[in-house]
Design a protein around this ligand. Structure first.
Ligand code: NDP
Length: 246
């Protein structure tokens, strides 16, 4: 039990990495948690088992974030399982790093579908179920603001879109007392961004903290943004980046 007792949250892409850390933490704070995954069913089942072994409530729903109807169905699936939806965390995402001349229009469409359209679809469907005091939290990236390497055009543009979406939607949802915020992580050690290797060295060199963070270091801010104390924080883009963007 905790500050999120009685709340229901959907975290997309939570079989591994940042999403899994967010799901575990929100469950510990009392929320019932639905998670989505794409291919890592075993990892998703493990996250659910961890939460339920600690007395929490959790369910894993398969959905490719690139499939709009599948994303929509995870929102209704959450409501069918737990009876309501209070908090949506749009976390699922990925990067296709390649020179722009080598990318196809299909690559572009896939990047936008997974990183941007899924956020829009899940949010739109969630708003059909969310009451006053609801919370929309999306995981953007500091690469929306500062790109230290070439070949990140599609990733950077998809993550930059999240800030604009967040600001515009905050304006729209003020009257419903639903807040909308964008968290931009810096280097976080996960499967898709290991804390070793050449790229990691470049990133730590550009980061005043001089290190990668663990996914768990993002979760305190998520708890705050998901909870009742953050009612006046909306439309914000907040970096958790060890100072990378200074
Ligand atoms: P990981 O690769 O460690 O985990 C990605 C998670 O998202 C997995 O659970 C994966 O599911 C899921 N996922 C990926 N693609 C899809 C898809 N098409 N449909 C459904 N689920 C999907 O990534 P991170 O934890 O590092 O990243 C999470 C988010 O944070 C992303 O949006 C990323 O852009 C962002 N981010 C990460 C940073 C970092 O340094 N790590 C920095 C800034 C932003 P499955 O296991 O089934 O494949």
């Amino acid at each position: 039990s905790g500050p999120l007792n009685g709340k229901v949250v959907l975290v997309t892409g939570a079989s591994r990495g940042i999403g899994a850390a967010i799901a575990r933490r929100l469950a510990r704070e009392g929320a019932a948690v639905a998670i989505t995954y794409h291919s890592s069913r075993g990892h998703a089942d493990k996250v659910v088992a961890e939460i339920t072994s600690e007395g929490g409530r959790a369910v894993a729903l398969a959905a490719d974030s690139g499939d709009a109807e599948a994303v929509r169905a995870t929102v209704t699936g959450t409501v069918e399982t737990f009876g309501r939806l209070d908090i949506l965390v749009n976390n699922a995402g990925g990067a296709h790093i390649a020179p722009i001349e080598e990318l196809t229009v299909d690559d572009f469409d896939r990047a936008v579908a997974v990183n941007v359209r899924s956020v829009w679809v899940a949010t739109r469907e969630a708003l059909r179920h969310m009451g006053d005091g609801g919370r929309i939290i999306s995981i953007g990236s500091v690469f929306a603001e500062r790109m230290p390497i070439p070949n990140g055009t599609t990733y950077s543009l998809t993550k930059a879109a999240i800030g604009g979406f967040t600001r515009a939607l905050a304006r729209e949802l003020g009257p419903r007392a639903i807040t909308v915020n964008n968290i931009q992580p810096g280097p976080i050690a996960t499967d898709s961004n290991p804390s070793e290797g050449d790229f990691a060295g470049l990133m730590t060199g550009l980061t005043p903290a001089g290190r990668f963070a663990s996914p768990d270091e993002l979760t305190g801010l998520i708890v705050y943004l998901a909870g009742p104390e953050s009612a006046y924080v909306t439309g914000a883009t907040i970096n958790i980046d060890g100072g990378y963007t200074v």
